[in-house]
Design a protein around this ligand. Structure first.
Ligand SMILES: NC(=O)c1ccc[n+]([C@@H]2O[C@H](COP(=O)([O-])OP(=O)(O)OC[C@H]3O[C@@H](n4cnc5c(N)ncnc54)[C@H](O)[C@@H]3O)[C@@H](O)[C@H]2O)c1
Length: 503
């Protein structure tokens, strides 16, 4: 049996042809298990990534359940053949797009959401009829053993091939091997630098890639924003999972009329945040950071800013414990200027950078002065005002009076612009991205009208072939009736002329 990506060819082909009924059954088995074992799933994710249980429930489980619910509700509709208009000259044709499974999809994912990062590519790829190889991060491979067992059990419960989903662990070499290993598409979720290396490697075999890379979301607070709504959302956007979110709010751009109130409210809450072991027995608001290197980098970015004149209002220190826990304290930083590293580099940590702006134009230009463009948020009591700002932001996603809610609306695509990557996972676009869109065209009423090459265009072509085609172009595409009529006359005269010659 030939193997690609570790799966047997026969199994890949069989799943491609599987009915939607069976794919839905698989998702339902997964959903049932997830809902019944939320506690265990969150515990494993917390243990592997350091995030508090509530953050795991929020960011890992809830969004995965929404994803599955959306696929169950609407997935089939968007993978069914879709009728398209046949256009002007092909008016007698029926045109459609068919969505065929790609075959084997390779997903390379980071460590920040150990559960979600596995189930995110899994649900769409499998539902679209593909096999999947997921390369999990070397920093979150422990929990992937448990998540892998959930998937195996679900596959066997519905009688799907056991090797349909493979989870592999390893360092960068394992990721590289997946890119060059003959998969039909690579979904890469990770840092911008590695994303570029993945794209270079994929170019050698023309393997298509989706790149979901870093982010540094702008969070704009207008002078007419409701701070009782904006501040709690801002704090969650900054400190959820210790800021280790791709779509994490990192730059808070606040209008000067509400700046002081925004800062003092944010500081008041940030000071009260409890940090500690996620599973230490006491509830915590912020846990540990997953990687020592990253915790140090966060410290360096803050230090660089302070060195340049920025001011730490809360936090700003890295605390470690005897067990090796890396606790970067929830931090509020003001006085940041564009020349500082923290203005442009992704922090990926619990640092709330708050800057002041004086107008909408200034807010937009500050927000767009960034190499990344993943998510964004705008707060104003006037949704029209917020929308007028949101539409000018260079970002793949914008939430109005909320943060990152686009990802809870699973019909929407997820992805960014600029250094945040391209193409989309999730949503209709992401689901269809798991397929080859095949264009199909056929006669609508074959008994009435079909395409026969007219004699004067058949080889060897006659003298009237060229004027005939020009006549057709004018007849169908001329912008005035006069032009269309002239084209028609030319077509008729070419016909008559060619008949005479052939006689
Ligand atoms: N846009 C998104 O959807 C999204 C989601 C989560 C995280 N992220 C980003 O991920 C980054 C943090 O995660 P990370 O530190 O694990 O990222 P990373 O780029 O270091 O690693 C991501 C994955 O790529 C693998 N890898 C490393 N070198 C490789 C190579 N040469 N070829 C193939 N694979 C290779 C790693 O082993 C890991 O599994 C942040 O920049 C964050 O913004 C983006």
């Amino acid at each position: 049996m030939t193997k690609r990506g570790g799966q047997s060819h026969h199994h890949v082909q069989a799943w491609k042809k599987s009915p939607f009924r069976k794919r839905k059954q698989l998702l339902k088995v997964l959903q049932q298990y997830i809902i019944e074992h939320q506690d265990e799933i969150c515990r494993e994710a917390s243990r592997d990534s350091g995030k508090p249980m509530v953050d795991a429930a929020f960011g890992e489980v809830m969004v995965t359940c929404e994803k599955i619910a959306w696929l169950l509700r609407e997935g089939e509709r968007y993978l069914k053949p879709e009728r398209r208009s046949p256009g002007v000259m092909m008016f007698y044709k029926s045109a459609r797009v068919e969505y065929h499974p790609l075959g084997v999809v390779g997903a390379i994912v980071p460590w920040n959401y150990p559960f979600h990062n596995v189930f995110n590519p899994l649900t769409a790829a499998i539902f679209a009829g593909n096999a999947l190889v997921i390369k999990v991060s070397e920093h979150a491979s422990w929990s992937s053993r448990y998540y892998g067992r959930i998937i195996s059990a679900a596959l066997s419960a519905v009688g799907a091939p056991q090797d349909l989903v493979q989870i592999v662990t390893g360092y960068s070499e394992a990721g590289s091997a997946l890119v060059t290993g003959g998969v039909d598409k690579v979904i890469f979720v990770g840092s911008t630098g590695v994303g570029k290396a993945v794209m270079r490697a994929a170019a050698l075999s023309l393997t298509p890639v989706v790149l979901e890379l870093g982010g540094k979301d702008a969070f704009i607070v207008c002078e007419d924003a409701d701070l009782s709504q904006a501040v709690p959302t801002a704090l969650r956007g900054a400190f959820q999972s210790c800021g280790q979110n791709c779509a994490g709010a990192e730059r808070f751009i606040v209008h000067r009329k509400v700046y002081d109130r925004f800062v003092s409210s944010a500081v008041e809450v940030a000071k009260q945040l409890r940090q500690g072991h996620a599973l230490g027995g006491r509830p915590v608001d912020c846990g540990a950071m997953c990687m020592p290197g990253l915790a140090e980098k966060v410290g360096q970015l803050v230090e660089d800013a302070v060195h340049g004149g920025a001011k730490v209002l809360v936090g700003g220190e890295l605390l470690t414990d005897e067990a090796g826990g890396q606790f970067y304290a929830p931090t509020v930083l003001v006085g940041v200027r564009p020349s500082m590293r923290i203005w442009k580099e992704e922090v990926f940590g619990p640092v709330m950078v708050i800057v002041e702006c004086g107008s909408d134009d200034e807010a937009v230009s500050m927000a767009n002065d960034c190499p990344f463009g993943l998510g964004s948020a705008v707060f104003s009591r006037s949704p029209a005002h917020a929308r007028s700002i949101g539409t000018r932001l260079e970002a793949g996603m914008t939430s109005i009076n909320d943060f990152a809610t686009t990802y809870m609306c699973q019909s929407l695509p997820f992805g960014g612009v600029k250094d945040s990557g391209f193409d989309r996972f999730a949503g209709i676009e992401g689901l269809r991205g798991m397929c080859t869109p095949k264009a199909v065209c056929e006669d609508r009423f074959p008994w009435l009208m079909r395409t026969d090459i007219p004699p004067l265009l058949q080889y060897p072509v006659g003298d009237s072939a060229f004027p005939f085609v020009c006549g057709l172009i004018s007849m169908f595409y001329g912008l005035s009736l006069r032009e269309n009529f002239r084209g028609l006359c030319s077509v008729i005269s070419c016909f008559i002329g060619s008949k005479k010659v052939s006689r």
